[in-house]
Ligand binder design. Structure first.
Ligand SMILES: Nc1ncnc2c1ncn2[C@@H]1O[C@H](COP(=O)(O)OP(=O)(O)OP(=O)(O)O)[C@@H](O)[C@H]1O
Length: 337
């Protein structure tokens, strides 16, 4: 499985949160990569199977969640010493000027996971570019993927449903990501970590109790109690929806860059910049839910109020007359990579 996802000589960033999944992932990748120098010994062929020849890195994102991520990053640092792998840590505060603590203060505990997920995805991509890796691997397990399939069905998000079960992303515009634990149950990972006495951080995120994912998780656990194969059944159902870019235009992403941050995006303004724009303007709901509707509504309101505003007072630099098209030209929020 691991070898099929990677090629010998690949540079791989292991997305390390300090939790059980990514800790087990780092442990196993390190183990599979181990090189045995004494090749003349009798069981040479047996031992050589581990010699994957990958160039491994740990990549962690510090979302700025006091009492949670700071502690889990300490676990990552201990594992870095244990596994002797280079570690890169990037923080939301440095990349976006907002930590999750700041964001939650601004928007409350509803929808905060949307910000965290979008920012983390981009932060991991940015870290991967800095490290010059060919691929990112994450610790998503079978339970996580089944939850995602369920959530996409419940939200009617067909585009995501068609690609959420890919073991390796197929988009040409970003660094590929793979999920080697796609078919591994969470309980197997916990047992492995326990019996191998791995050092991992097991506290749930303090800002996620209200997340929609939590409801999908509870529902899934109830179903699993009735029918043990539920998790893999749901993944297989999700796979039945998988479509390639050739057969379905919704899966086609046009490679490009965000006009604001210059980072990879299939749209003029990437989702992270749209969310940031909302935060910086005191309109935190701007990038949540049906973005198109909100963009249009916001634009209409601006245009209406501009019409009521005396034209003599309008100046090109006046923020009052900025609309969303102006965002494409802006660079005030741009942070260097
Ligand atoms: N802050 C982070 N830094 C780096 N990678 C992360 C981070 N948060 C999540 N990931 C990656 O995404 C995967 C799934 O995220 P999830 O939120 O389920 O992680 P977790 O519960 O904090 O920890 P884990 O999945 O490692 O047990 C992780 O296994 C890890 O590979």
């Amino acid at each position: 499985m691991f070898l099929k996802l990677n090629e010998i000589g690949d540079k791989i960033a292991i997305a390390a949160s300090g939790g059980k999944d990514s800790t087990v992932l780092a442990h196993i990748m390190k183990l599979l990569n181990e090189r045995y120098l004494n090749r003349k010994i009798f069981f040479h062929w047996l031992l050589q199977r581990y010699d994957y020849g990958l160039d491994l890195f740990l990549l962690s994102i510090d979302e700025g969640i006091s009492g949670y991520r700071d502690d889990s990053l300490e676990t990552v640092k201990r594992n870095q010493l244990e596994y002797q792998l280079p570690l890169k840590i990037l923080s939301y505060k440095d990349l976006y000027d907002w930590s999750m603590d700041d964001i939650v203060k601004e928007i409350g505990r509803k929808n905060n996971c949307t910000f965290c997920g979008v920012f983390r995805r981009q932060a991991l991509d940015r870290g991967a570019v800095m490290l010059g890796v060919d691929q990112i691997v994450t610790g998503h397990n079978a339970d996580d993927i089944a939850e995602t399939v369920l959530m996409n069905i419940l939200r009617g998000d067909i585009a995501r449903l068609q690609r959420c079960t890919f073991i390796k992303t197929k988009s040409e515009e970003t660094i590929p990501r793979s999920k080697p634990f796609k078919y591994t149950y969470e309980k197997e990972i916990v047992m492995y970590a326990y019996f191998k006495k791995l050092d991992y951080f097991s506290t749930e995120c303090i800002y996620s109790p209200n997340a929609y994912r939590g409801h999908a998780r509870v529902f899934l656990k109830d179903l699993e109690a009735i029918r043990p194969s539920t998790i893999l059944d749901i993944i297989h159902s999700g796979e039945a929806f998988e479509t390639s870019a050739e057969s379905n235009p919704t899966n086609v992403t046009v490679p490009g860059v965000c006009n604001r941050c210059g980072y990879m995006s299939s749209r003029d303004l990437c989702k992270a910049c749209l969310l940031l724009e909302g935060l910086n303007r005191g309109l935190p709901k701007l990038g949540i839910g049906n973005t198109e509707k909100l963009r249009k509504k916001h634009l209409d309101e601006k245009e209406k109020s501009i019409g009521e505003y005396s034209s003599s007072k309008r100046t090109p630099g006046n923020p009052f007359i900025q609309n969303f098209n102006d965002l494409k030209l802006g660079s005030d929020l741009k942070k260097p990579l």
